[in-house]
Design a protein around this ligand. Sequence first.
Ligand SMILES: [Zn+2]
Length: 339
Amino acid sequence: MTSKQLTLSWVVVVAALLLTACNPIPAEPPLPVSVSTPGPACAALEEMAREALASTPPPPARARFDADDRKAFAGSAFGYLCELSEEVGPRESATQEEMKAAAFLMDRFTEFGYSPEIQDFGGSKTAKEFAGPPSRNIILELPGRGEGVVILGAHYDTTPDSVGANDNASGTGVLLALADRLARPPWSNQMVSVFPFTLRLIAFGSEEIGLRGSWHYVEQLTDAELDDIRVMINLDSVGSGTILSAVGNPWLIRHVSESAEREGVFLTTSRRGTSGGFSDNFYFGYAWVPTISFAGDDISRINSPDDAIEFINPVLLGDAAVLILDLLASLEDLQCRCR
Ligand SMILES: [Zn+2]
């Protein structure tokens, strides 16, 4: 991989904002050193991405995250994306490759300070169990100072013979970058977050063969556990193109549109009542959980060998990370204005 092969395209940020929203989250401290220790290839690519990000226009003055934050998120997510796509490689659903990717994620989440839970599914003929080969979800939780649960999810498997740089090492990379940051001040202290709800992060398995991981997760919840889940945020293929899109519940779309304006992130939005797109948000929406799902505007190479790292735009990864953190910080009461 040479620098010429790394095609980076750029989002032009419009800085013309007059927002007056309050900010319940304290300012970020100096950027911490990431616990990530990528291999040499990814370290080199991550460095190239960080250099390319140097020319990113500054966000608006009222933004919660400054230019250095955005670059740090983008670089961090890009590094994890690189590890998944270049070092772990193809992660075909419900195979040993997928298990290897799950082990990689367990290592990373544990390094950040979480106690991740493995949720196995498939491989059983019992009536309650979905037929199909074994696979697993990885679940971690960051308790907050209030009731209710917000789920942030991304699938980590791929179709055969695809390294899935965009679909969905990009979403998983952002999930890892956020998990890393959220485990430390000012976002949490001793693994209790500043949010007024529990944040549950889930890396779903076997999305590519019928949303099996998210189906299993929703299916095994009790009624009370399902009632506790107030919001599901999904990340799938957020790494290619020049602009992010968000599809979902109108209440969440309103919140994230405000976040995008505040942070100077271009975002296209589409309101849909109970679900948006066929990804892991689907079964949550089907169970009446308000959902929102993020993607980039170029999904032309997904599910193919062409879904490679040279088509990743790291700017989108940073955009997705700050949008989600800003959205989480703005969800104070979790009361869905669902109409
Ligand atoms: Zn996907």
